[in-house]
Design a protein around this ligand. Structure first.
Ligand code: ADP
Ligand code: MG
Length: 478
């Protein structure tokens, strides 16, 4: 069959092109009307799809009939996680007029098959990503209605609305939202997903964190399920992938994501991503992925200003049906500035305390709660406390940790304080940098490494660190 195809192709392309692009193809198998061919690389596949897709369709139509299908099998180099090379099949692109390729129908039938009857055996043998297939994994609490607009999110929000209105067909593909912890990335991208779900009932939408995606992939590798894993993702109309910075250093997961990304993008499916930094700052990420991340639109979320914080508090309280005196709202908005999640934490505690202990919903209660909540719940150690303890220990002024100074003893104290902040709190590297005079996250990484190195190589330093560690923990508890 392939020989027959080649004959037609040879008549339609120049000799040079034929030798370059069609000779190296290995026909793998023919199942019914479906022919699978093996190509040497992703690049090869892209080239064929870009330059010869109509010729290939024509050939398939002629040789295999109108139901004919062509699948590619791509040889993928091994990476980190498991070192065997493997191949995945990607269906050939449909002409743009057909709304979506076969893969989706496959997912759909899978859905109905596994959804209705709760046959335990069937469910038990399903890989995790198939179990999710029935759901979008969206949280319906996160909508545009509950998302307060402000200067900090204006571009990202309106880009999100545009994408939700015409998923896959705007130039915002991928849409990449980046910003620090707790600034509303997950809320926004889920709002986009929920809006698409509402307006396009037949579209398959899927939300996944990069961590979950990685774990699913590792499971798939273990269980020989890479193809199924891939098929599942190829069948999604709008893929939301949260916190892509977690893919850093995970070569093989990046590899498979790259293929999925390309395929979705080429078939006008929407990709929505979030990250804690702009694409160019993503460390441990393949260049080709980063460059693709920049293809669409990148929009940032910054820290909300005072008015926006006030509006967010009011919105939350209103949603929960709680009346809060305006002075309390202002007080909270002025005290918690960096992180909306933290702000929310304070409100939740206030609601709980005021209803449990019948306390007045006033500034005193807010003050009381603020004192407790800014500390790390588990260890009771907060960042100010670390900065103070470390500067005391090194006998440098606490302000110097946040200042520009590069005096040797200050640099040392600053690095140690960063190190312990990472140890004792949940702040991201980026936030830690913010707390130390707005340094960037690579400075924090460097500091932590430097301290670790010293701990390993210098006994005296190690015992001081043990001592400090002990001090911090002791006082943290009290
Ligand atoms: P991130 O994913 O960036 O860490 P989240 O999306 O989880 O942040 O947001 C943290 C919390 O703050 C969520 O509960 C979210 O609803 C709330 N939030 C963030 N931005 C806004 C906003 N503009 N309006 C209302 N709530 C917001
Ligand atoms: Mg998030």
């Amino acid at each position: 069959v392939w020989k027959h195809c080649l004959k037609i192709i040879r008549d339609n392309v120049g000799e040079q092109s034929y030798n370059t692009w069609f000779e190296p193809i290995v026909p793998l198998r023919l199942e019914g009307h479906e022919l699978t061919i093996q190509v040497p690389s992703q690049f090869f596949y892209e080239w064929l799809e870009e330059h010869y897709v109509s010729l290939l369709r024509h050939v398939v139509d002629v040789v295999l009939g109108p139901n004919g299908k062509l699948e590619y099998s791509i040889i993928v180099d091994g990476g980190n996680e498991h070192n065997k090379p493997y191949t995945i099949n990607l269906p050939t692109s449909r002409p743009k007029s057909t709304r979506r390729p076969e893969a989706v129908q496959e997912v759909k039938t899978k859905k109905s098959k596994y959804n209705g009857t709760s046959e335990d055996t069937a469910v038990a043998t399903l890989a995790p990503y198939q179990q999710y297939a029935a759901e979008t994994c969206l949280n319906d609490r996160y909508t545009f209605d509950t998302y307060v607009e402000g200067d900090c999110n204006r571009l990202a929000r309106s880009a999100g609305l545009a994408v939700a209105a015409r998923p896959g067909t705007t130039s915002f593909n991928p849409l990449m939202i980046y910003g620090g912890v707790g600034l509303g990335k997950t809320h926004l991208v889920q709002a986009i997903g929920n809006k698409i779900k509402e307006d396009y009932k037949d579209k398959v939408i899927f939300y996944v964190s990069s961590e979950k995606f990685t774990n699913q992939f590792i499971e798939a590798v273990k269980n020989n399920g890479i193809q199924e894993f891939t098929n599942f993702y190829l069948g999604v109309d709008a893929l939301i992938i949260d916190d892509v910075q977690f893919l850093a250093g995970k070569e093989r997961t990046q590899e498979i994501f790259f293929h999925i990304f390309n395929h979705l993008q080429q078939n006008s499916r929407q990709i929505i991503m979030t990250s804690d930094c702009p694409p160019r700052d993503l460390k441990g990420m393949q260049e080709r992925l980063i460059s693709r991340f920049k293809w669409g639109l990148t929009a940032d979320l910054s820290q909300p200003d005072f008015e926006t914080r006030v509006a967010i508090i009011q919105k939350k309280m209103q949603t929960d049906g709680i009346d809060v005196p305006y002075d309390v709202v202002e007080f909270l908005a002025s005290k918690v500035q960096t992180n909306i999640r933290e702000l929310e934490g304070v409100m939740i505690s206030m609601i709980a305390q005021s209803s449990l202990n019948r306390k007045d919903f006033d500034i005193d209660l807010a003050k009381h709660i603020l004192q407790n909540i800014v500390q790390n719940i588990e260890t009771g150690i907060d960042i100010e406390y670390i900065q103070k303890s470390v500067s005391d220990y090194f006998k440098v002024p606490a302000d110097a940790l946040k200042a520009k100074t590069r005096k040797k003893e200050v640099v040392m104290a600053r690095q140690v304080a960063m190190y312990f902040t990472k140890e004792f709190t949940d702040y991201s590297l980026k936030s830690i940098g913010q707390f130390f005079g707005g340094r960037d996250h690579s400075t924090v990484i460097h500091a932590i490494r430097a301290v670790k190195d010293l701990i390993e190589t210098n006994r005296k330093f190690r015992s001081s660190m043990d001592e400090l560690n002990h001090l911090l923990k002791q006082r943290g508890k009290s």
